[in-house]
Write a new protein. Structure first.
Ligand SMILES: NC(=O)c1ccc[n+]([C@@H]2O[C@H](COP(=O)([O-])OP(=O)(O)OC[C@H]3O[C@@H](n4cnc5c(N)ncnc54)[C@H](O)[C@@H]3O)[C@@H](O)[C@H]2O)c1
Length: 511
């Protein structure tokens, strides 16, 4: 039997939500918080986006999005103009006037791969100290399972002196959006809502149905495990694809063909290998999922993280292997690294595989330029002024991000810009290996294994004075494990540089 007061608070809050008569504070105006705040304002609510960074607050109040996300600036501009949305320092928000607090702060992992919940705890403390009866708190940040019942509920209850489910409501509504398509994905859902009790679930589901088309109701602990399981599944699947790529390299098979064929099986869906896994979510959520759990030493989640973290080092090895096979010295070569964003067509460099790749190349004394048409991060390397500028006079072209601009490159035009005996290291498998090899590139791609005969052909194309015996001393693929610190010693054969003709304008020019 429900207590009368529980029904009353729940029903009157639901009624106020339906009439758009509630004030919402979104704590954390970042990649998740800004679309959240802007979409609730668009749905007719009075919204404050609360953050700790002055720059973010200033920009939002000017009607400008501090992050690049299609459609977001328009939403922010319109709702700031209409007075439905404003940004404030979290310390200046009066939480006793707030009916709904939505927490979207970052939940990173530390050096030790343990969750750092300090931002979340600070946000909960801000909310808890002013928490009023008949209010709702939702957590949208990704959290280790157990956080709602084990941390958020006791903290809010002790700070406010109120009881969850009877005085206030508390639910987990995890976010699934992907940068670059955030607004559409936010609206289209589906999305989970799991409360610390059934009243909390109901209120949170009704609130989020005002902005999301499909909300699936569950309990907090189920939502917590489901959210972290989703990204962990993808990370483990990518790790399998990466492991398979390394196997293909050793067997002279091509991973792209292998996956295409294996995926014709109706119950198989192998993901795509690459230069590693990037972004703030896939690289972290697996550690949140396994936090505080025991596996007697067997842990597929952790092992998968390690496989994916190994891949940037594997890419660097392909560069050295390619240059060595082309008879070039690493320290007298120019390497063009294309891509610093962690995925295609966005400007976000967080936890990008490009970072360890650039750092390892720099540490080995390589000369490199980095180019990304979207991202302003260069990880301490020299930035090329343009795509063609990065390719001009380079010996090795390395693909780390599959931006459209790179996928659309004409290999024959690329060849014209690069030095003789050019090497391609294709971390995203965006080029056709046969086309690249027929044009005279030495092509190295993740999971692109070559049989001994085709390797010998490649050696002929390179017209170099390195004996096949020498190359055989370099294993095709090092076994997985702790990345070897020792770098391959380049064979000190210097090639005469091709005399360049003046460039005629083409897709890659003006230079
Ligand atoms: N970015 C995504 O696409 C995505 C997708 C799904 C889930 N998530 C999860 O959502 C959460 C937020 O991610 P994000 O990418 O938006 O992070 P973010 O770093 O872009 O934004 C977090 C914001 O919170 C602010 N902040 C920190 N402490 C605060 C406090 N006490 N009060 C108010 N503001 C505070 C920060 O200044 C920052 O602006 C994370 O848990 C993440 O794992 C992110």
């Amino acid at each position: 039997m429900l207590k009368k007061s529980e029904n009353f608070f729940r029903d009157s809050l639901i009624d106020a939500i339906k009439k758009r008569n509630v004030r919402i504070a979104v704590l954390g105006a970042g990649y998740v918080g800004l679309p959240t705040a802007a979409l609730f304002a668009e749905a007719g609510f009075d919204v404050t986006a609360a953050d700790i960074k002055a720059g973010i607050i200033e920009k939002v109040n000017q009607g400008v999005s501090p992050i690049s996300e299609p459609g977001l600036t328009e939403l922010i501009a319109r709702n700031v103009r209409l007075g439905k949305l404003r940004a404030e320092f979290v310390s200046e928000v009066t939480f006793s006037n707030v009916d709904v607090a939505v927490i979207t702060v970052q939940t990173p992992i530390g050096e030790n791969k343990e969750p750092d919940l300090s931002f979340l705890i600070n946000a909960l403390m801000s909310v808890g100290s002013g928490l009023k009866k008949k209010s709702l708190v939702t957590l949208c940040s990704t959290v280790p399972p157990g956080t709602l019942h084990g941390k958020a509920k006791p903290l809010l209850e002790s700070l406010s002196g109120l009881k969850a489910e009877s005085d206030f409501f508390l639910a987990y509504v995890p976010e699934r959006i992907a940068p670059g398509n955030a607004i559409k994905e936010y609206i289209e859902g589906p999305r989970l809502a799991g409360g610390v009790g059934s009243h909390s679930t109901k209120v949170a589901a009704i609130l989020f149905r005002t902005v999301c088309k499909k909300i699936v109701e569950t309990e907090a602990q189920t939502a917590e495990v489901s959210k972290t399981a989703e990204n962990t599944f993808r990370d483990v699947n990518i790790a399998f694809a990466n492991q398979l790529a390394l196997i293909c390299e050793q067997h002279g098979a091509d991973i792209t063909k292998v996956i295409a064929l294996a995926n014709t099986h109706p119950r198989v869906n192998i993901h795509t290998p690459g230069p590693g896994v990037g972004g703030p979510c896939l690289t972290k959520d697996p550690y949140l999922l396994i936090h505080g759990t025991e596996f007697n030493g067997k842990n597929v989640v952790k092992a998968s993280r390690e496989v994916n973290d190994y891949m940037p080092h594997h890419l660097v090895k392909l560069v050295f292997r390619g240059l060595q096979a082309a008879g070039k010295c690493v320290d007298s070569c120019q390497i063009a690294v294309l891509g610093t964003a962690y995925k295609a067509n966005i400007d976000d460099p967080r936890v990008s595989p490009s970072e360890p790749i650039v750092h390892e190349l720099l540490a080995s004394g390589a000369n490199l330029t980095v180019f990304d048409p979207y991202c302003t991060e260069y990880f301490g390397a020299k930035r090329a002024g343009s795509l063609s500028g990065s390719l001009k006079g380079s010996d090795c072209l390395m693909i780390v991000t599959d931006h459209s601009e790179f996928k659309n490159l004409s290999l024959s035009e690329v060849k014209e810009l690069m030095n003789s005996n050019p090497v391609i290291v294709d971390g995203k498998r965006i080029f056709n290996p046969a086309e690249a090899e027929s044009l005279g590139f030495a092509y190295y791609g993740v999971g692109y294994g070559k049989l001994a005969s085709s390797a010998a052909q490649a050696a002929k194309i390179a017209k170099k004075s390195v004996s096949v015996e020498n190359r055989r001393e370099t294993p095709l693929v090092e076994p997985l494990g702790k990345p070897a610190r020792k770098q391959l010693q380049p064979i000190p054969v210097k090639l005469k540089q091709k005399q360049r003709q003046p460039q005629t304008p083409n897709a890659l020019n003006p230079l």
